[in-house]
Each structure stands twice: as structure tokens, then as C-alpha cells.
Design a binder for this molecule. Structure first.
Ligand SMILES: [Zn+2]
Ligand SMILES: [Zn+2]
Length: 212
């Protein structure tokens, strides 16, 4: 699978990700933070057939472009059931508290743990990783993990928003992400890339006690 990262919402530094199957050019657009005609042109230039918009969770900085890209690409919006109300409620997606009223069309496809999303011959697996929000998901392709705001390079997502819980986040990371192959490349919702083995060894927030 091939991928490219875009920073279309620099105020929040959200990683908007295009992920596609080389052969079929079937693609997923993940966490479009904002509308962007440049990204739309890029999709045309790469000759991609975007099959779905996937939100790793429902915060406004990850869903702000849903409406624009759904209208232009004519594809379904996918999110976990526990975050689906955040799409259509600016208080729940936190934009109301930032003086904005960001909403998305309703979800077309409700995701759950273990779902498989096919892009040509390639496949993305849905891993439910609650803790930052109740319906946060990570997406695992071959040796690539999209971790949303669950796991960052040497950091973790905030757990002080509604639906957040440190214990739940730690459990998600330890039991569902740190059990993936060591060499898996991690593309977080914000900031730089990392890998599962690096985070297992060096992440200061998760499981430090067990390494001392
Ligand atoms: Zn978030
Ligand atoms: Zn975020």
C-alpha cells in the first residue's frame, strides 16, 4: 500500500492521509481536517479512485473536511459507532468550544472492531482503540498503522475530553497496538512517524513501570 500525508489544517497540524492500493488505485481518505481544493487536485493527479472517507474519531480537526470531500468524491463516510454522534453535533466534536460550528454529513458506514476495508487487493483492518474518545479507531494495513489520536511519536492522545480515559487508552495501546509486529510504521493523527518497537521501548507514558 502507498500513502501520502497532507497538512491541510495547519492550525491543528492534523495528519490527513491518503492511502491507496498500487495496482487498483483504490484509495481511502483518512481524517480530512478541512476542505482543500489542492488535495482534491492531488487526488486527480494521482488518478486515485477514493472509495471511502474514514475518521479515526469524531473530533472537529479530523472531520472538518468530510462534507467537502464527500460532495466532491461521492463516497461513504465511515466512523466507529461510539463516535458517530460527534459528526453532527458541534458540542460533541468540540468545535463549538473553539467558536466554530463544524459538522459533517451523517455516517454512511458504522465501523466496529475487526471490520476489513478492501482497497483493491489491499486491506485495512479496524482496531477499536478507545481512550482518547470512546469510538477511536486505529487502522492496520500491511506493516502500516494509522493510529489517530491514540498513539503519537513518544506521546499519547489527551484523555481529559469527554469520553476519554487514561486507563482505557493505556489498555488499548498495550493490548491492541503494542502486539502488532515491531517493524510496523505508525502514522499518528498529529506529528511525525514512529514505529511500534520504538514506542514499546521509549514511549514515556505507556508501561514505563514494567520496563524499570
Ligand atoms: Zn482528537
Ligand atoms: Zn486530533
Amino acid at each position: 500500500m502507498n500513502y501520502k500525508i497532507y497538512n491541510i489544517l495547519p492550525e491543528y497540524g492534523t495528519n490527513t492521509i491518503l492511502l491507496w492500493d498500487e495496482v487498483s488505485k483504490e484509495a481511502a481518505l483518512i481524517d480530512p481536517g478541512k476542505s482543500s481544493s489542492n488535495l482534491l487536485k492531488e487526488i486527480e493527479n494521482l488518478k486515485l479512485n477514493v472509495k471511502c472517507i474514514i475518521n479515526t474519531h469524531g473530533h472537529a480537526d479530523h472531520i472538518g473536511g468530510n462534507s467537502y470531500f464527500k460532495n466532491n468524491l461521492n463516497c461513504p463516510i465511515m466512523i466507529h459507532s461510539a463516535d458517530q454522534d460527534m459528526l453532527i453535533d458541534s458540542k460533541k466534536n468540540l468545535s463549538a468550544f473553539m467558536g466554530q460550528d463544524i459538522v459533517s454529513p451523517q455516517a454512511d458506514v458504522i465501523l466496529k472492531e475487526g471490520d476489513k476495508i478492501n482497497l483493491g487487493e489491499s486491506q485495512l483492518e479496524v482496531i477499536h482503540t478507545p481512550g482518547h474518545t470512546a469510538g477511536g479507531i486505529s487502522l492496520y494495513g500491511k506493516k502500516i498503522l494509522i493510529s489517530g489520536d491514540t498513539l503519537f511519536q513518544l506521546s499519547i492522545g489527551r484523555t481529559d475530553f469527554p469520553g476519554g480515559s487514561f486507563e482505557t487508552l493505556e489498555k488499548s495501546i498495550k493490548e491492541k497496538l503494542f502486539t502488532l509486529p515491531d517493524e510496523t510504521i505508525v502514522i499518528p493523527g498529529h506529528g511525525g512517524f514512529t514505529s511500534i518497537d520504538r514506542e514499546k521501548l521509549e514511549n514515556p507514558f505507556i508501561g514505563l513501570a514494567s520496563r524499570i
